[in-house]
Design a protein around this ligand. Structure first.
Ligand code: FCX
Length: 433
């Protein structure tokens, strides 16, 4: 057993009594109330999920295992010659809550390598799909196609409930190890005439992904940063919640992650990074080569709002300030591409959009989220096929949701089944005040 798995088991054994005590002794303690607005309004703000992998504070933003983004980047072991931590070290951290030693990271790296070989039928299936299928469809299908490899599904009937986490962990780790090659294959197959670049055995996940994409340094660091930033945003967002919900039926990691990826593909969620670039390209076309100014950006934002559409990359269901994931990427841009015209335009939008959205008065949060900035970096490093951007989000998001469902199994969370009511029942409650 690897040190990660051994440590994870110890952590699980330490944690179980806490959950058991809460469910046995304190199950009746009320922590929230639900109103009609929340029932109709997407269950917003209802405290109804539990996770220890990450927590999202509306003002401060995300903390992974108690650490904010700068603290996470500072604490974890870096790749040799890189500025950002390895994805392998972050995986260890998400699962255990502990910063790994270099020896522990090296072991995760070796473990990933031993699982990374993607079965040939996945590539055959992807090649059989229409080439103009959206890359998120390809990613989701590729994940689902590997379900027959699931150890959880194969051993389900012979496994005690307290051991379910073990095979879930095995499936989750195998998926994480394989996703970069699948994503790079989709990219090169769709956009680079099928000129596939084989993985290299001696590289960490970020560097290997950059290599398979065919993009030079510092794209290895971009990949590490990007996968870590997009990994987890507590449990209530669509991709995390979907993955958790599907897993709660004891569906395995392949079914669950594929479902979560489908949710990520929505324009109000992960597809917003593609939408941002779409918006910018339409704006630039409309400008016909003229310089963007605060005035014409403002007009374009109002045109979007007046046509009944949202400004992609702005607003959030929980956050009420600029997303620190946006800030982390902005800092990368300031260091590596300060004079890039697209970066300048995105900064101009940042200057203008919060005022426009505040003046319109609808959104509770006029500030940018992660998706407003992420495309700039990809574009700068030559990844201009922006309908691929959500796939990058998906590879990152897999880390968080797969760590979560491993812990779901460890703590024996039951099948999720909230209760619904009818509109007439709501009207009756409303009449009573
Ligand atoms: N542009 C225009 N209108 C917006 C808006 C935006 N960026 N954000 C919110 N609004 C509108 C809503 O559409 C809603 O209008 P309605 O009353 O006519 O239905 C109103 O403001 C209140 O919405 P609010 O409570 O502030 O936000 P929600 O929690 O309902 O929705 C999302 C949150 C993120 C879905 C919303 O802000 C949005 O659509 N943003 C644009 C898409 C986007 O960037 N998504 C990515 C989010 C995230 F980071 C991710 O998952 O990747």
């Amino acid at each position: 057993m690897t040190r990660l798995k051994t440590r994870l088991l110890e952590k699980i054994q330490e944690h179980r009594p806490r959950t058991q005590k809460l469910t046995k002794e304190f199950a009746d303690v009320v922590i929230d109330q639900v109103n009609i607005g929340q029932v109709i309004g997407g269950a917003r703000d209802i405290h109804a999920l539990v996770t220890d992998i990450s927590y999202l504070d509306p003002q401060e933003g995300i903390r992974f295992r108690g650490k904010n983004i700068p603290e996470t980047f500072a604490a974890l072991p870096k790749a040799a010659g890189g500025e950002y931590p390895t994805v392998e070290s972050f995986w260890y951290f998400l699962l255990t809550g502990e910063v790994p030693t270099q020896a522990e990271v090296d072991e995760v790296l070796a473990d990933f390598k031993s699982r990374a070989k993607v079965p040939g039928y996945v590539f055959d299936m992807l090649k059989a799909m229409p080439k103009d299928s959206h890359p998120m469809v390809m990613l989701s299908a590729a994940i689902l196609s590997m379900q027959k490899e699931s150890q959880f599904a194969a051993k389900y009937h012979d496994t005690k409930k307290t051991d379910y986490w073990d095979t879930m962990y095995e499936d989750a780790t195998t998926l994480v190890a394989r996703l970069p090659e699948i994503a790079a294959f989709i990219y090169r197959y769709k956009y680079k005439n099928g000129d596939i670049i084989a993985p290299k055995a001696d590289l960490d996940m970020g560097a290997n992904f950059a290599h398979m994409m065919g993009i030079a340094k510092p794209y290895d660091d971009v990949a590490r940063m990007y996968f870590i930033l997009h990994s987890d945003h507590e449990s209530g967002n669509v991709s995390a919640h979907t993955t958790h919900l599907v897993a709660s039926a004891l569906s395995d990691a392949y079914y669950s992650l594929s479902a979560g990826i489908n949710g990520l593909a929505g324009p109000l969620h992960g597809l917003a990074n593609q939408e941002v670039l779409d918006w910018i390209m339409a704006f630039q076309k409309q400008m016909g080569g003229a310089e963007p100014t605060e005035e014409n950006v403002k007009k374009a934002l109002w045109d979007t709002l007046n046509s009944g559409h949202v400004i992609p990359g702005y607003g959030h269901a929980v956050l009420r300030k600029t997303d620190p994931r946006y800030t982390a990427q902005m800092e990368f841009c300031l260091k590596h591409l300060p004079n890039d015209p697209l970066f300048k335009l995105v900064n101009m939008i940042y200057k203008v959009a919060p005022g426009v959205l505040t003046e319109q008065g609808k959104t509770k949060n006029p500030w940018p989220n992660v998706d407003a900035q992420s495309g700039v970096i990809q574009w700068y490093y030559g990844l201009k096929e922006y309908d691929f951007y959500t796939v990058l989000f998906g590879v990152g998001r897999a880390l968080g949701v797969l760590a979560n469902i491993t812990w779901d199994r460890a703590l024996g969370y039951p099948i999720e089944r909230p209760k619904s009511v009818t509109t007439a029942m709501l009207e009756e409650w409303a009449a009573k005040g």
